[in-house]
Structures are given as structure tokens and as C-alpha cells.
Ligand binder design. Structure first.
Ligand SMILES: Cc1cc2nc3c(=O)[nH]c(=O)nc-3n(C[C@H](O)[C@H](O)[C@H](O)COP(=O)(O)OP(=O)(O)OC[C@H]3O[C@@H](n4cnc5c(N)ncnc54)[C@H](O)[C@@H]3O)c2cc1C
Length: 379
């Protein structure tokens, strides 16, 4: 079966949903593919809380905001912040209903160019034709697995935070988490809640402070890009680095204060300024040695080592890789998120090289939606 549209949005996470809603509101025939909020449901741990608040909503047209959702429940932001993952998923469901978006569950297996645009082949072998395609597949393909750790650890003994599965399996287990940012600390808290016998958190740097982050300065910068989309790329390198550093200080040198009592408790040990140097299978589990000389016996190692964009890892773009300009693994984008393949747009984390580090967060979904829809409407 073949269907066609002005715009095919690949990905039904925050970026894809926001884009599809705005495109639909402006009258573009739009198809959205992907599992609705699939990454948040499957690749983030149950029991997680967001760092962002109610102001980072999905509606580029400003109607179906988180605050509007709260109003339907007789609640205010203070009643729900910090937002739980489950609350955010409920909001996204409500947003889809209000905006009239129904993502099709199929996953794209291949994307090819045609004289009129593109044709996508889905995993059930159905076909979708579209004049324009916007790729919003987020982080899922980009888990960062440091080679030295993957080589050091037996394959059955480690996993990445991006693949949580059922965390109840860690009850009574001894777990080592490698990483020292919000995700590592969040996992430590959740595993302790799940009844893990021991949780060790090893990181190369000092442990971050339990301190509230201030993201309020980000909103006007990102909103301003609707009228000045070249702003970030036009900055001098030192200015760009300064913004990256400022976001880094908020995002990475602090972890949220509501984690403190859940992490700083018996059974959870922090190992700042340490690296794993070896691991050996023993009768008492995996013996993991740190470079401070400590050996710990654990059942499992979790790598909270983040994500790194490499477009070559997006399987359905294989046929277009030859035409897709890439720099340092990122797609080269024009000021409207368009790639070197005309009509092919890429947003979300892969856009951070050209649009700034904010595009790894949902604060940017509305600016991204408005710029892409404007570009498509004018093509
Ligand atoms: C642990 C963690 C915590 C975070 N906390 C926050 C936070 O508090 N606030 C915040 O703003 N951001 C947070 N982020 C960042 C946030 O997750 C991303 O900004 C956001 O999810 C990116 O959205 P997206 O729409 O690009 O894709 P995602 O949310 O990653 O969703 C990807 C979508 O693409 C679909 N897809 C993938 N492959 C295909 C295919 N082949 N065919 C069709 N569809 C496909 C999936 O099914 C899914 O619908 C966090 C990230 C992590 C890892």
C-alpha cells in the first residue's frame, strides 16, 4: 500500500510531535511514523523525573501547553514539578489528542529519493511517498559505549542506561554505575529504591553538586532563533564555547537537589575521581578494580556514558549517506534544518552542531517546528 503527503515526519517523540502538530495546524498534509514517545517509554527508566519544567511544552502555536493540560486537571505547576516521566507521557498523550495527531506505528526501514521527493519503506513493507521528510529520531541510535570499557567488561555483565528493561531485576544485586551526571545519579536513586544490595557510582571527575539548575536563560535564546535562525552558527567560536560551557555547568556539574536524600544513603557509594582499570570474573561475581586500588565485587555494570551523534548509525539513511554532508558525525544543516539532500530535514540532537546544544532538549521543539514548517511551506 502506498500513501503520500507533503511531509513525512520520522519519529514520534517531542520533536516529531511538535513538528507534526504545527504542520497540520498550517494545513500541510502530514504523516508521522514511530512509536508515540517510544524513547521515553522504552529507553528511560521508570520512576525518572525530568529536569525541565512546565514551560518546555510541545505546542509551537501556544495552545496545548503543559499549563493548559494542568488546567484541565485543576492543577498548577507547583503541584506537579519536578515532573515525573509518567506525567510528561500523559501530557504528550493529551497533546496528540488535542492536536489531532495519530502517529502510525510503523518503523522506517529505508528512505530513498524519487523525482517528486522521497519514498519510505516501512518494516511491514508498506510504502509512503512524501515531498519532504523530517527526521526526528532523537538519541536512540547514538548510545555512547566507550571502547575501552566495552573491551574490559564481559558482554553479559554490562548494559547502557539507554536500555533499562525491568529494573526489578536488580533487586538484591550489586551494581556499579559508570558516570557522574544526572543520569548516573538518577539510576543510583532508582536502583536503591528497587532494593539493589549495593550501588557504586564511579566517575572520573569530582561528584557534582546537588543544586537546582537554572535553565530560564535558555528559553529566550531558543525562542529568538525563530527570527534569527543563524544566530548560534554566526557566533564567534569563543562565544559558542561559552554557551556550551554555561549549559554544561547547569546540566552536568549539578544534579537535581531532589536526588540527594535518595542517593546519599546507606547502600550507595560514590567513587569520584576514579576510572575502571580491569575486571575479572570470580566466584563472588565480577571483580572490578578502580585506579585508586579499590576492588569491588559486583553483579552488573551500567554505563551512564551518554550519547554521541553519528549519522552513519541511522539505519534507514543508508541509501542517502553518499549525498548527505556530514561533519564530525553531525548532518550539515542550513538555517532551516535542511540537509544537503533537498527536502530532507533533520532536527533534535543531530542539529546541535549548527543550532547549539539546546537542541538536545525539549526547549527547542517549538523553534524547530516553526522553522521547518516555514521552510516546507515555502518550497
Ligand atoms: C535520561 C534522559 C533524561 C532526559 N531528560 C530530559 C528532560 O528532563 N528535559 C528535556 O527537555 N529533555 C530531556 N532529555 C532529552 C530528551 O530526551 C530529548 O530532547 C528528546 O527525547 C528528543 O526527542 P525526539 O523527538 O528527537 O526523539 P525521541 O524522544 O528520542 O523519540 C524518537 C522517536 O523516533 C522514533 N523512531 C526511531 N527510529 C525510527 C524509525 N526507523 N522509523 C520511525 N520512527 C523511528 C521512535 O519510535 C520515537 O518515536 C533527556 C534525555 C535522557 C537520555
Amino acid at each position: 500500500m502506498t500513501t503520500s503527503a507533503d511531509l513525512l515526519v520520522i519519529g514520534a517523540g517531542p520533536f516529531g510531535l511538535s513538528l507534526a502538530a504545527h504542520a497540520r495546524a498550517l494545513g500541510l498534509s502530514t504523516i508521522v511514523l514511530g512509536k508515540p514517545m517510544g524513547f521515553w517509554k522504552e529507553n528511560m527508566p521508570r520512576g525518572m523525573y525530568l529536569r525541565s519544567g512546565c514551560d518546555w511544552h510541545l505546542d509551537a502555536d501556544g495552545r496545548h501547553t503543559i499549563e493548559a493540560f494542568l488546567a484541565t486537571r485543576g492543577q498548577a505547576p507547583a503541584d506537579v514539578e519536578p515532573l515525573s516521566r509518567d506525567f510528561y507521557l500523559d501530557y504528550a498523550d493529551w497533546f496528540m489528542r488535542q492536536a489531532g495527531i495519530e502517529p502510525r506505528p510503523g518503523m522506517v526501514r529505508a528512505l530513498e529519493r524519487t523525482p517528486g521527493g522521497f519514498i519510505a519503506t516501512l518494516d511491514n513493507m508498506s510504502l509512503i511517498e512524501a515531498r519532504n521528510v523530517a527526521v526526528a529520531v532523537g538519541f536512540g541510535n547514538f548510545a555512547n559505549l566507550p571502547v575501552e570499557l566495552a573491551r574490559m567488561l564481559p558482554p553479559s555483565r554490562w548494559s547502557h542506561t539507554g536500555y533499562p528493561g525491568d529494573l526489578a531485576r536488580f533487586k538484591d544485586k550489586r551494581v556499579m554505575i559508570v558516570g557522574g551526571r544526572q543520569s548516573a545519579f538518577e539510576w543510583a536513586a532508582i536502583l536503591a529504591d528497587e532494593g539493589a544490595a549495593q550501588v557504586h557510582v564511579s566517575h572520573r571527575h569530582d561528584s557534582p553538586a546537588f543544586e537546582a539548575s537554572d535553565w530560564s536563560w535558555v528559553n529566550p535564546l531558543v525562542d529568538g532563533m525563530v527570527d534569527d535562525p543563524g544566530w548560534f552558527r554566526g557566533l564567534a567560536k569563543e562565544e559558542q564555547d561559552g554557551l556550551v560551557r554555561r549549559l554544561w555547568i547547569e546540566g552536568r556539574s549539578k544534579v537535581e537537589p531532589w536526588l540527594e536524600s535518595r542517593v546519599m544513603r546507606p547502600g550507595v557509594s560514590l567513587w569520584p575521581r576514579t576510572n575502571l582499570v580491569s575486571s575479572t570474573e570470580t566466584a563472588d561475581g565480577l571483580a572490578v578494580t578502580l585506579d585508586n586500588g579499590t576492588t569491588l565485587y559486583v553483579d552488573h555494570v551500567i554505563l551512564a556514558t551518554g550519547y554521541r551523534v553519528r549519522m552513519a548509525r541511522v539505519p534507514f539513511l543508508a541509501d542517502l549517506q553518499g549525498e548527505l554532508d556530514v561533519a564530525d558525525g553531525f548532518p550539515v544543516l542550513d538555517e532551516q534544518f535542511q540537509t544537503s539532500v533537498p527536502g530532507l530535514f533533520i532536527t533534535s540532537m543531530p542539529a546541535t552542531r549548527d543550532f547549539g546544544p539546546f537542541f538536545a532538549f525539549t526547549v527547542s521543539v517549538r523553534t524547530s517546528a516553526r522553522l521547518i514548517v516555514r521552510a516546507i511551506a515555502s518550497r
